[in-house]
Design a protein around this ligand. Sequence first.
Ligand code: TRH
Length: 385
Amino acid sequence: MTPRSADPELACDIFCAVVDNFGDIGVCWRLARQLHAEHGWRVRLYVDDLKVFHALCPEVDATLERQVAMGVTIEHWREPSHAGDTLAIPDVVIEAFACELPHAYIAAMARRDAKPVWINLEYLSGEDWVADFHMRPSPHPRYPLDKSFFFPGLGEGTGGVLKERDLDTRREQFDADAWWRERIGIERPGGGETVVSLFAYENPAVDALLAQWRDGDEPVVVLVPEGRISGALARFFGMPKFAAGMSSRAGALRAHALGFVEQPRFDELLWAADINFVRGEDSFVRAQWAQKPFVWHIYPQADDAHLPKLDAALAHCTRTLDPSARDAVARFWHAWNGAGVPDWADFWRHRPKLESCAARWAKELADVGDLAGNLVAHVASRLVR
Ligand code: TRH
């Protein structure tokens, strides 16, 4: 039997329901592009909110039912029961983050002679249990179909996280001077200034942090993509808003607001900064590949279900730090996620150690393998003809 993974025409549908924010479509769009560009798959992406998608990919026209962007066919998933007009079932079906597939679609999957490989792509967690559950099949109660649970993760035995093949090369070739002129309209700050990127949800700890930067001895330049934390910046600087293109300063702190950029350019912000505050899932992963110190504002869940995930990520990312630096990072991350007041000086005095740890961690994480490659390997093991 010949594995079908070598088939350049392997067809895949990805279903994505946007719950809120940008992470759901952020992950699906990155995966879709990668499966097409790096593995030659024919990918169709069903998305229920094209307006959010448009922010990440401006060439997506929110009024169209069907379109192609970057080689990926995009279908407007109008309602949960809508399954496209043709109901052509591909070789691989990926349901992202437990969004429910249309019933008519599942019935058509069951009618297909060669059953598709059906994968539920889960949210990322660094917790240990993930490796035990990764790729566990679950038989459908009514149809002769198996669904596998694909768990992204930060450790061995998990699905890993997405990383494009050319990412490190793009990072190494990044022209920071040109970026500062183009995006901020000023020369790149000198080595004596600490550049911070700040992508976060509303966060009660931000006022204390801004005040520490303002009152500190070292100059800090903070770059803020316009979004949920912008209101706090505006209040801090006494401005009506802190919108893209606006700047302000107070004491040792300078701040610049940035417009939202298409997803492939988001990494540049992380490469331009000395330390990155990131959130959710996809920007959290990108910060790890940026090989810079970072602080994670995790997506808050009911009953504090996110806190064990935060600690699991801390354990992975800081594993090679000495105890004093590791404790400082844990204190700072916890404060940024609602437990205590952040102490910038206590955290940033460890900067050299945090920088070398970030580079070590990116290498360790790469050993788990790229999620798209791991998924393709799984499909290859299941699809035979
Ligand atoms: O937007 P998020 O908060 O998304 C969240 C999380 O995914 C969370 O786990 C999920 O449950 C919730 O959504 C529904 O953060 P995240 O995951 O970092 O996604 C942001 C995306 O936006 C990421 O792909 C990077 C992208 N981005 C751009 O493309 N351009 C930009 O200018 C910026 C600031 C971000």
